[in-house]
Design a protein around this ligand. Structure first.
Ligand code: FAD
Ligand code: NAD
Length: 471
């Protein structure tokens, strides 16, 4: 008999959620996690809680408060002297937020009677796992089923080698201890824009170098254009079609050479963040050795049940590819756990919420206008500007809009794209509507409280039928 019904490898948002759901469904569950602090104490939560979603949002929130005080507090009649940012205090607060949440997962494991095993897991034939602990000791555990959730790490590029002193990956960028006068960022994706925003708000002169010719190429074109314009106003100098050719550390600064359509260019910055994507992590796992298929990009291959080429071994989260998002991994964890328990759980990848936590935020679900055009789908658009929202006016935060796309024939909502205040929270209504295959008329007939930002969604739904009230 195996030691466990299920062993999960990795306690990031994919793995820890999978473990909790397995335990809820009555399976004897263990979760193996190698992340420790300097004294060897295990830390749960993976990339997301320790060096990803949560610390970045803590710094985004702190820097937003500072920026608001500096730029907008006077509009609200709030006046003060001697405003300054204490980066050390912000970093301390960030650490406290992370610690509270990672310890919370340890508490959840205890509550659900999940054995949390510290160490690096290596797969052995016959659903055995060898675990090497921080202190070097080894043990072997077995399970009826194994769920791999080993996550991802930052992509590196040869012309900008990360040293985490001058040239930083996202982890280094979250730990900067003083505002750099000049900051360079390679990559105008989620990390580049979020962390670029943090340091820009705190006073850095930020230049973002993006290889592609289009800003936020995956987003709705009108939303991307509005976001680009607003971020420029805030001070982010975003340079497109910029291909970095080399970097050099000179006199304590980073010289960054790049090429754009005008030829060779150069910027000199105090720090450079490299944010050009993430790649799957399965080093030391021994997956290929036991017959698990790994594709040419390093992702573990899985079937519709998220089962690998080895029966009884599953994989979820960043390590299998698709959107590298915490909520995507968590939902896969729930789905695999429930399928192991005999349920027929499904998840809809085409109704995946995306958010970029700039200010205001960019958020979307479903198809963009350019995708619908390419697919030849006829659609109606409802577009409502936050300028016309009473609540956004009261906040003093009126940039952006909601764009709702609905099928011309059936009226089913096909996509919702937001650039504006609290876009991440507003998006949830659109995601639910799309999960329920709602029409724009369903949203238009739903009573929304006044005055709320959510009324903007109501108006966008009315707009798909050409009957907006307030714009
Ligand atoms: P991970 O979170 O990477 O966890 C994998 C875990 O497995 C790690 O703890 C690792 O130590 C452990 N592990 C690996 N190999 C082994 C082994 N052999 N034995 C034992 N343990 C092992 N996503 C969002 O949805 N929203 C955001 O706002 C967001 N912000 C981000 C900001 C930043 C700066 C970064 C870097 C990422 C952000 N992401 C965000 C992405 C998100 O963090 C990832 O999509 C998510 O963490 C993936 O979850 P996961 O469980 O698959 O992997
Ligand atoms: P990303 O894929 O979001 O963006 C990378 C950007 O870098 C792209 O625009 C790409 O065109 C550009 N790029 C690639 N190579 C380049 C080069 N050599 N020179 C210049 N530009 C280059 O990746 P990321 O921002 O590093 O984030 C990594 C992952 O983490 C993403 O999958 C993302 O989904 C996830 N993440 C999500 C959030 C969120 O949900 N809010 C926040 C941060 C990270």
């Amino acid at each position: 008999m195996a030691d466990y019904n299920v062993i999960v490898i990795g306690a990031g948002p994919a793995g820890y959620v999978a473990a909790i759901r397995c335990a809820q469904l009555g399976m004897k569950t263990a979760c193996i996690e190698k992340w420790t602090n300097d004294s060897g104490k295990q830390i749960l939560g993976g990339t997301c809680l320790n060096v990803g979603c949560i610390p970045s949002k803590a710094l985004l929130d702190s820097s937003h408060h500072y920026y608001f005080m500096k730029k907008h507090a006077a509009e609200h009649g709030i006046l003060f002297d001697n405003l300054h940012a204490d980066v050390a205090a912000m970093q301390k607060r960030k650490g406290e937020v992370v610690t509270a949440l990672t310890q919370g997962i340890a508490g959840l494991f205890k509550k659900n009677k999940i054995d949390s095993v510290e160490g690096l897991a290596k797969l052995l034939p016959g659903k055995q796992i060898e675990i090497t602990a921080y202190d070097g000791s080894k043990k072997t555990l077995s399970a009826d089923n194994i769920i791999i959730a080993t996550g991802s790490i930052p992509v590196t590029i040869p012309p900008a080698q990360v040293d985490n002193q001058y040239i930083l990956d996202s982890t280094g960028a979250l730990a900067i201890d003083a505002v750099p006068a000049k900051l360079g960022v390679i990559g105008a994706g989620a990390i580049g824009l979020e962390l670029g925003s943090v340091w820009c708000r705190l006073g850095s002169q930020v230049t973002v170098l993006e290889a592609l010719p289009d800003f936020l190429a995956v987003a709705d074109r009108k939303i991307a254009a509005a976001a680009q314009k607003e971020l420029k106003t805030q001070g982010l100098d975003i340079r497109l079609s910029a291909k970095v050719t080399g970097t050099e550390i000179k006199d304590g600064q980073v010289v960054v050479n790049y090429e754009d359509k005008n030829g060779a260019q150069q910027i000199i910055v105090n720090k450079l963040i490299v944010a050009v994507g993430r790649k799957p992590f399965s080093e030391g796992l021994g997956a290929a050795e036991i017959g698990i298929k790994i594709n040419e990009r390093g992702f573990i291959e899985v079937d519709a049940n998220r089962q690998t080429a080895v029966p009884g071994i599953y994989a979820i989260g960043d390590v299998i590819g698709g959107p590298m998002l915490a909520h995507k991994g968590s939902e896969e964890g729930v789905m695999v756990a429930e399928r192991l328990a005999g349920q027929k759980s499904e998840m809809h990848y085409d109704i995946m919420p995306w958010v970029i936590y700039t200010h205001p935020e960019v958020a979307w679900v479903g198809k963009t206008e350019q995708q619908l055009k390419a697919e030849g789908v006829e659609y109606n658009v409802g577009q409502f500007p936050f300028m016309a929202s009473g609540r956004a006016r009261a906040h003093g935060d009126t940039s952006g809009m909601i764009r709702l796309l609905a099928d011309k024939k059936t009226d089913q909502i096909l996509g919702v794209h937001i650039f504006g205040i609290s876009a991440s929270e507003l998006l949830a209504e659109a995601v639910l509507a799309m999960e329920c295959q709602a029409s724009s008329e369903d949203l238009a007939r739903t009573i929304h409280a006044h005055p709320t930002l959510a009324e903007a969604m109501h108006e966008a739904a009315l707009g798909a039928d050409g009957r907006m009230i307030h714009a």
